[in-house]
Design a protein around this ligand. Structure first.
Ligand SMILES: [Zn+2]
Length: 152
């Protein structure tokens, strides 16, 4: 399953990527061709869309947390615990493990000393690690998507 979002839902798309869901932001004109493959595609459009494509879910909330809550029921069956925090929030690429010595000068010094495991995005090179940032994301995920923190 993958999700395609209206370009106005860019921040909402990052929330879906946080969950590990393959999520792209594309103009509505391109959606018809995106739905032709065998893979299930869920489309999310915004409240101002005049003629949303058939089967698209219309997200009406303006605040990103409320948008995520609106989509909770739709995406919940596709949330896989192992996939959470496995994608680049910017590029949607799957993060790959990176050797600790390769990140030494790319992350803050205290992070390098405190954290053992790092991943990076093959597209933009951004380095990710389980630290305060992901702890905040995990509590956000459990709050919005109703996943117990122990399952993250
Ligand atoms: Zn990236």
């Amino acid at each position: 399953m993958r999700c395609i979002c209206h370009p106005s839902l860019r921040r909402f798309a990052r929330y879906l990527r946080m969950l590990g869901i393959d999520t792209a932001c594309l103009p509505e004109e391109t959606w018809t061709q995106m739905a032709t493959g065998t893979e299930k595609v869920i489309f999310f459009t915004n409240g101002s869309s005049v003629s949303p494509p058939e089967g698209a879910y219309r997200i009406t909330a303006l605040r990103v947390r409320d948008q995520a809550r609106e989509a909770r029921r739709i995406v919940h069956p596709y949330i896989c615990r192992e996939q959470i925090l496995s994608r680049c929030l910017d590029c949607n690429d799957t993060l790959l493990p990176v050797a600790r010595n390769e990140v030494e000068h790319k992350v803050p010094e205290h992070v390098f000393h405190e954290i053992d495991t790092f991943t990076s995005c093959p597209s933009c090179g951004k380095i990710y690690w389980r630290g305060t940032h992901s702890a905040a994301m995990e509590s956000l995920i459990s709050d919005i998507f109703g996943i117990p923190p122990e399952d993250l």
